[in-house]
Design a binder for this molecule. Structure first.
Ligand code: TMP
Length: 216
């Protein structure tokens, strides 16, 4: 089973991944967690180019191709072998992020991004995606608090430094993409307290597992 979490900066994905894994492990699933960009040795190096504010001259299409290179490496050397071994992969961001950040927010053509995903990643999609939705004002203030208290490094703040307008487009893009695939997406109110978000995710997950018992 392949599960992803998506959302704007500061939406709380990373904390919720740990809760998802605890729950699934208790239910007897053999889980691994990973993230994009990153998740492999080469991918972590691509990540530092992508997230470092020093990469301020990165062209939008070069950025897109680096996210795709990271994904091809991650999918082929990490995700697919683990899924084939019967593991559950829980991933912090995947293709939806490319569609939203490079497409909706940067303005690259959505059709091109979808086509590239078909060509390079066989259009592989997660079985289930949680979208943690909240206003960019709240998300960014959380993200900046993490940067200021040192729990997140400034070397990874290139997207936090984007304008509010950019982050509004990201939020809108996520909601639009989720609307096109309601069977895969679960939209969770990310402005709630962390424990309430956890409860909502676990109850959606329980419903999903009961429904798909035969598959997994
Ligand atoms: P995160 O690991 O804190 O979520 O940061 C990853 C950043 O990279 C975040 O700002 C979203 C951005 N991103 C893209 O722009 N496109 C992508 O395809 C992915 C996976 C992430």
């Amino acid at each position: 089973m392949f599960i992803t979490l998506e959302g704007i900066e500061g939406s709380g994905k990373t904390s919720q991944i740990a809760h998802i894994v605890d729950f699934l492990t208790d239910e007897g699933y053999d889980c691994v967690t990973t993230r994009e960009p990153g998740g492999t040795k080469a991918g972590e190096r691509i990540r530092s180019i992508l997230l470092d504010p020093a990469s301020d001259d990165l062209a939008a299409d070069a950025e897109l191709l680096l996210y795709i290179a990271d994904r091809v490496q991650h999918l082929n050397t990490f995700i697919l072998p683990r899924l084939a071994a019967g593991k559950t992969v829980v991933c912090d961001r995947f293709f939806d992020a490319t569609l939203v950040y490079q497409g909706y927010a940067r303005g690259l053509e959505l059709r091109l991004i979808r086509r590239l995903h078909q060509l390079t990643c066989r259009n592989i999609k997660p079985d289930l995606t949680f979208l943690l939705d909240l206003s960019p004002q709240s998300g960014l203030s959380r993200a900046w608090a993490q940067l200021n208290d040192g729990s997140r490094t400034g070397d990874e703040s290139r997207f936090e430094q984007e304008t509010l307008d950019f982050h509004n487009k990201v939020r809108k893009g996520y909601l639009e993409v989720a609307g096109t695939e309601p069977e895969r997406f679960r939209i969770i109110d990310g402005s709630l307290a962390m424990d309430q978000v956890r409860q909502k995710i676990i109850s959606e997950l329980t419903r999903f597992l009961n429904r798909s018992d035969e598959h997994f």
